[in-house]
Structures are given as structure tokens and as C-alpha cells.
Ligand binder design. Sequence first.
Ligand code: GAL
Length: 673
Amino acid sequence: MPDTSPRGLTRLAFGGDYNPEQWPESVWQEDVRLMREAGVTMVSVGIFSWALLEPAPGEYDFGWLDRVIGLLHENGIRVDLGTPTVAPPAWFYRAHPEALPVTADGTRYEFGSRGAICHSNADYRAAARAVTVKLAERYGDHPALALWHVHNEYGVPVSACYCDSCAAHFRRWLARTHGTVEAVNEAWGTAFWGQRYTGFEQINPPRATPTVGNPGQALDYKRFADATIRENFTAERDILHRLSPGVPVTTNFMTALSQCDSIDYWAWGREVDLVTNDHYLITDGRRTHVNLAMAADLTRSVAGGAPWLLLEHSTSGVNWQPRNPAKAPGQMARNSLGHVARGSEGAMFFQWRQSRRGAEKFHSSMLPHGGTDTRVWREVIELGASVESLSPIRGTRTEADAAMLWDWQSWWAQNLSWRPSEDHDPRERADSFYEALYDRHLTVDFAHPEADLSAYPLVVVPALYLMTEAAGHNVREYVENGGTLVVSYFSGIVDEHDAVHEGAYPGALRDVLGLTVEEFSPLLKDERVRLTGPDGSELTGDVWTEFVVPRGAETVWTYADGLTAGRPAVTRHPLGHGTAWYVSTRLDAQGLDALIGWAADDAGLAPRADLPRDVEVVRRSGASGTYLFAINHTAGDTKVPLESPGTELLTGERAAGRLPVPAGAVRVVRLDG
Ligand code: GAL
């Protein structure tokens, strides 16, 4: 069993990507001096350094990296060492131009950026393995080495390649997965539009077609592309395990649904020794701290609830969005400790020193262009001290109140073309249901649809279009055994091949929900429908409605207008010892809050009327005790009730009764007992 926490790191991780190769060596001394001043405990090195480490084929230059790692070691800073395989050198591409990836419409990308990789290319595979072997041989037992950082953010910027090598690899994958070409025909439904194949050699990637291609083929290609990329991760990981035993291996994920949509992190979570994640605030007008909490919860969930590590976020603005606002004073600390509350064993950044050249020179960093006499630097110093004082929480686990079912493969399937409405966005539903749970101060675990759900009083299914029969049985059993389930429309519709489950919709869920859906009836843009409740009160829906036929479920809310007027809009189905709710339209925030409120009542989850909106309270617990994190995202001071007295770790003060949390501040109380 490989180790799962960075070797030799006795505190939480605090630091960032360190790219000393962008600077003269004279700067390195200042770097480590300032790292010590800031309380940096670990840095990520060498992620993009292939061209320097192997300046010509088979010729290696490790001198500079030896000196950097040595210097860090002398200063007590642990090293997260990158394998540089995300950025092959120019000479490699000139020798192997076919290693550059090809888009679905046949464009081959050029060298000059990063991540331009065809993951099935044999020359790339050989070269990546060779440089990984060299690094592992040289640094595998270096005393500074804490963690191996394979590649960088697999899945972006290129999620799939459509070249001839990938076509051949796809055919092999299909043969392994389906066995025969007849099985592929069956799975993809190639009887439709005359798409039948009589040999594997006739099958290509889903390249550009005049109109919509085969959805089964498109879905399988996403699985194939993800699996092909994963082959390259596991190959590097296995080399590192062999040559550098005892040092955990990770690769930095991007679990936030807005940041990477091509990687099945349930599968990847099982392959890494330690789950690590990169998270950047997306400034699209929504509450960024809610999106952050969701990404952190999702990351913890792909880690199976175990501690994970935030490997990158930003001290202030990024540089790759249309508009890149700076973070407000205190926001960096709230962001960092928000991740820690939800299971991260530290807070790391991109990057240590702000670049002067290259595409990311306007991206914030720990040490800005302006140097140490800057607000960001002062906040970094303060955060370093806070992180240091939180050391006792290492190894504890975040406690969750509810679960949300999530499946990347269902998301891929649902995003294929020609669905009933382009306005239905499964990610939007996941975000909105999450936000409703967040606003009720419920901490959420994400769960795969076939995972054991018995620990959760409440399970929410925002939009799970693809559900296997096994997943359907799983949620049914969950409800029968006493669980409370909330399901949103367009869930449980197709099986793993994107084939509609036999019989009435929603095939995988009609028993547990006690209803069938005769027809979907999506709404026009900006069209709204009213729903009336048992007490005459009103809710509003848009985007989607359905002709629901109760078959055991009771109607709680009814459509008041539109084509479905008089029909059930929200239903409740008592089944066994539990209850299953269904909502057949897109409720707004007020409606979702009401729905989650009723379901939480059924689940026995008491409302937290004692906590104001945007005051986040999360608990971590374990062998060293129970820790309550209170994060005040509001502009006003507040107080958070404590169930027992304790010690506040950031100030060192005793706390009891109602814990004062000033505007914008974070408090972490180690509860007595
Ligand atoms: C990450 C990436 C880093 C850096 C950062 C900028 O996605 O891993 O190398 O580019 O974004 O926000």
C-alpha cells in the first residue's frame, strides 16, 4: 500500500508552483529566504521543465535541478517534484510531428503552448516514460522529495485527439470493451441511419460529420479518451512506485465542473495515492465561495472522504478570464481555509514568484511583481501563520450531512446533441441544488450513483440522465431502507449506452418515484410556469415541464398554467421506510429552497436558523479531535453557536457559547472533549 501523505511533511502544505528556471540563480537565494519568512512548507518544482532537463534527445542536464532541490532541502522545504511530460520539447515535435493532437475537424495543433499531446502516440509514450525513469532514478530517494506530481491537469487543454493513431487505439479499446463488432453495433444502435459496421477497421473516431453523429459512438469516445490519458498516468505512476518507493504519486485534478469536463474523476481517484486539486474562482457573477465549496466537496468525495490537498489556487486575480478581478482583502484566506475545512491538508498556489515573461505574467502569485511591500505578500505571510496553527487538524475528515449523486459519464451523455432542450444544463442543476443545500448549511458529499448511500439521511439527484439498472436498484434500496431522495427531471432516462430504458420514463427510477412521465414538454426561452401548492402558495418553474402520471406518488405541487396545467409538478412517494421526491420543472432558488426544506424535514435534518446566510460552518473530526470551521463571507460581524467550549486555533483564545466571527474572518475551534 503506497503512502498517501507527502513524505516527511509534518505540517500542512503551504507553498506553490516554483519555477526557478525562469530566473537567474541569484534570485533563488532570495526565494528561499522569503519562503521561510512566509512559512512555506512545500513547493511544486519542474512541471514544465522537460526542454531544460533534456536539451537534446537522450542528453540530460540535471545540474540546475540538483541545485534547486538541494537549496530547498537545506532550508527545510519539501519538494513536490513534477514529471515534465505535459510539455515535450520543440526537438521532440520536430522529430515526431504526429505526436501533436488533431481536432475532430482534422486540424493538427502546433508546438508553442503546452499540453499539445496525442496520448496514444507511441513516440510520446516512450519519451515520457524515459524522462520519468531518469527523474525517478536521480531523485527517487532524495531526502527533500515529498510527493511526485505527474504531468499537469490531464484533460486540459486537449481532452481528446482524433488522429489515425487514436483511431487504431480506439478500435483496440472497442474490441476490449465490447468484444465483437456486433456488440458495438448493438450498443450504438447502428441500425439507425444505416450506420452498421461489419469490421472494426471501419470504425473511426467521431470526426466531423455533416449532421449529428452516433451518440453511442460519441459517448464511448469520451470514455476511450479518458481511459487513454489515464494509461499514461498509470504508466508514469508505476515507474515512480518502482523506482521511488514510499513517495506518494499524484496528479493535479480540476474537479470544479466549470474547469474540466472530460475526466472521469471517480476512476482517477482510485489511481492516485493522494488526491490533489487545482481550483480557480470563476467570476461569472455567481457566489464564488459556493462554487469553491462544491469543488472542495467533490474533490474530497473522489478521494473517498480521505484528506486531499489543494495543489493550486490563486492569491488574487488570474489572467485567463475575460475580466480578472483581484481578490478582496481577506478573500485569499477565506478561500484557502474553505478548502482546508472541506478536507484539504493545506493550501498551495500557482505560483510562488510572478513571472516577468510568458503568457502568465499577469497572473497573481505569492510574491508579486511589486515584491514584499504589497498587500498580497502581507496576506500571504498572515495566511502562512494561520496554516501553521492548524497543524493539529492533519488527518481528520470532514463530516457530511447529505449526498448528491454525480457521474461524469452521465454528464457527457447528457451533453450530446439533439436533446429535448438546449436550455437544460445538468451542471447548472447540480450547481443550483448544491447552492440550496449550502444555504441550508448542509455539508455535501458527492457519491457515484452505484455507491453505498446508507450513511446519508438525504440524497439529492439533480440531473442524472444516464443511470444503469444497478444505480436504479441502488437508490431504490436506499429509500426502502429509510432514506430521503430528491430527484430532478430528466434523470434515469438512458442506460450506459445512451439507450432509453425500456418502458415509460424514467426507466431507472419510476418504481422508486412511484410515477411515470408520458412526455417531456420543454418551455420556450424565457417562458415560465406557475405551480400551486397545497396551501395555495405559488412557485415558479422554467426551461422544462413534463406530463407526469402518479403511480403511487402523491401530488404535492401542481402546474397552474402552460400545457401541463393541472398535472403534478412536484410529487412525494413514501416507499418502505423512506420517501422519494420528484420535481419535473426547473425551480428557481426560492422553489429549490422550499423543496430541499420539505425533504430535509422528511430526513430529520433540523434547519439551522441560528446561522446567517453566507456564514459557512463545517466540521472536521478524527483521532486528534473535532474542529469547527466558521467562515464569515459577509460584510458584518457575526456569532456562531458552539456545542461545547474549545480553543480557537488562529488566535489561540478560549471560546465558548457564541463564537464571535468578525466580518470576512475565519475561525477554527478545536472543541474540548
Ligand atoms: C492551472 C495550471 C497552472 C497555471 C494556472 C493559472 O490550470 O496548472 O500551470 O497555468 O492554471 O491559473
